[in-house]
Write a new protein. Structure first.
Length: 75
């Protein structure tokens, strides 16, 4: 039984993976790969939860600190 990396499964869920990978995942699902089904369910739930988050903008202090640090690395 073929194992898939989480990155492959995320690409599959976002419909961005190569056709060969899509075909392999769908074949595994058709063959009743329970572990793969559960992994995909968990990733779908995670994606839905991330989509529901209300993210806040970083503070001006944080942005300034990051810019200052980045500039220091260039000098």
């Amino acid at each position: 039984m073929e194992t898939f990396k989480e990155e492959d499964l995320l690409l599959y869920l976002y419909k961005e993976c190569p056709k060969a990978t899509t075909d392999a995942i769908e074949t595994a699902l058709d063959q009743g790969n329970y572990a793969l089904e559960e992994q995909l369910k968990m990733l779908r739930r995670s994606i839905a939860q991330l989509g529901a988050l209300q993210l806040k903008r970083p503070s001006l202090f944080s942005l300034t600190a990051v810019k200052k640090y980045a500039k220091k690395g260039v000098d």
